[in-house]
Design a protein around this ligand. Structure first.
Ligand SMILES: [Zn+2]
Length: 339
């Protein structure tokens, strides 16, 4: 009896060990492993870029779901089809309580990256053609990034922003209309509105709360705005390395600026714009150069989702619905009477 009981205990212990090891393996694989699923999700949709002049929220109202779609499913276990992929070397979870600041250009308290460690971040998302191209390049290299979405852009192209989230990237926010929050023209209430409208618009577009990660447009902040975000437990992101890709005249220039700065600094949070054509075109080669240079990607994700403010969520829902009210089917308004 004692022997049988002992054997039973031993096999129980072994089973627990195997189960734990299995969990460790799968959970680490699923969070850090490169992903082919992302590649399928990130295939550029046939979305046509609109000229900037046509940025009118009314025309895109129909694409905002009335009812929030279900949150993207937790990422299934995935493997990377590219054996030479850049991948993700480390995933870090950020506790945003009190609004910590990242990026040594402005916030110099938190130094968490090791030598050769790099965080990829993209601003002004989402935008047709360029954002899907960036997503494809990241998926091909089985790697992950942060995207800071402008609220208005999110309402124009919610389907593209959902592709970003579905591919497992972190989606943070970047105000409603890309206002310079350090401008003397903005009062405290306007600054709050810019931040919170942006947050709620991104949430509405995604169908789920974004990360409590925020980047100031033009990297312009002031103490009052920083204090406000702190009370909202939203982490603030500057950068360690600005690509200045919006000034670049070619993809090569984006690559050269990033690699030159990186080789000098050795690590850092890189700021780019998925909104920019040259950046989108630069991504496949830039990611290859990062891999060849021995750089490792660190993926930042939040410990908990952003808590948006209900009054702004409601206002945004109303705003999005307003233009729809009273709109009849086109064929009841416009009829061909002669041809
Ligand atoms: Zn921006």
């Amino acid at each position: 009896m004692r022997n049988a009981f002992g054997l039973m205990l031993m096999s129980l212990a072994a089973a627990t060990l195997i189960a734990t090891a299995g969990w460790f393996w799968t959970s680490h694989r699923s969070s850090a492993a490169p992903q082919t699923f992302a590649a399928a999700q990130a295939t550029p949709a046939p979305v046509h870029a609109k000229p900037l002049a046509s940025r009118d929220p009314i025309e895109t109202t129909g694409s905002i779901p009335e009812k929030a779609p279900a949150a993207p499913a937790l990422q299934p276990k995935q493997t990377c089809a590219n054996p030479d992929a850049l991948g993700v070397s480390r995933v870090v979870e950020i506790d945003t309580t009190g609004g910590p600041g990242f990026g040594f250009e402005h916030f110099k308290q938190i130094d968490f990256l090791g030598d050769k460690e790099v965080v990829l971040s993209f601003d002004d998302s989402p935008w047709p053609v360029n954002t899907p191209a960036v997503l494809k390049a990241l998926a091909d290299q089985c790697t992950k990034a942060m995207f800071f979405s402008i609220g208005k852009h999110a309402t124009f192209h919610p389907e593209i922003l959902r592709q970003v989230a579905a591919a497992g990237h972190t989606v943070g926010t970047h105000t409603w209309s890309h206002a310079n929050l350090n401008s003397k023209k903005l009062n405290e209430q306007t600054v709050k509105d810019e931040i919170e409208k942006g947050n709620s618009a991104v949430k509405l577009a995604l169908g789920t709360a974004p990360a409590p990660f925020f980047r100031f447009p033009e990297l312009q902040h002031n103490p009052a705005a920083v204090a406000y975000l702190g009370t909202r437990n939203i982490a603030m992101f500057s950068c360690d390395l600005d690509s200045f890709d919006f000034r670049a005249k070619s993809p090569e220039q984006v690559i050269n600026t990033v690699m030159t700065k990186l080789d000098k600094q050795g690590k850092g949070i890189i700021l780019m714009h998925d909104f920019q054509k040259h950046t989108a075109e630069a991504m496949p080669e830039l990611l290859r150069r990062l891999k060849a240079g021995g750089y490792k990607i660190v993926f930042m994700k939040p410990k908990a989702p952003m808590q948006t403010l209900p009054e702004y969520d409601e206002a945004m829902m109303k705003d999005m619905k307003l233009p729809v009210a009273g709109v009849r089917p086109v064929n009841t308004i416009v009829q061909t009477v002669s041809q």
